[in-house]
Design a protein around this ligand. Sequence first.
Ligand code: DC
Length: 205
Amino acid sequence: MIIAIDGPAAAGKGTLARQIADHFKLNYLDTGSLYRGVGLNVLKNGGDPANEDDALKAAKALKHDDLTDCNLRTAEAGQLASVVAQIPAVRAEILEFQRRFANKPPGAVLDGRDIGTVVCPDADVKIFVTASDEERARRRHAELIARKEPCDYEMVLEDLRNRDRRDTERVIAPLIPATDAHLLDTSKLDIEAAFQAAIDIINGS
Ligand code: DC
């Protein structure tokens, strides 16, 4: 079984996808971490994240250890990820890894932006998770504060909107619900209620 969870930044995809994977005993892949790892690698190499050669070199060199970098979840890594993710050669480099992961038994839950549209168009269930901009910013702000990253709410909101714009407007694999995706708005749902709504969608599919 393959379950695709897509949606904009901080909509709650990661928490939800991890819980669904645990529940159905499936593998789990946070595909955003791959782009974040590439973005951080470009920075470590002193390269330019918008430069195709620099970004592709970093994508080819991506290692498992890069995905446990303590800076992976920072706002800066998110922005860098969104920039390298616009480069078709970087996406192509990462695509096969994601597909192999998804097809390994017993199956997987993948979360990202293009799982239902590009990476796993034949996924058994596709869920597009959304929440209002303000609610997503509130959650991300709380997450950054908990990690002791200095930030202010307005800046977090602006950062999310910039990233969403870049992810939605890019030419390749933009952030868009697959035509057969179930929409799940978590604005007014806590983690438990969002999980239950997702389970209902999956069991009803
Ligand atoms: O899910 P996240 O916030 O960790 O993702 C970071 C960035 O990576 C996101 O702004 C766009 C990019 N990304 C992507 O283009 N495609 C994916 N499947 C996952 C993430």
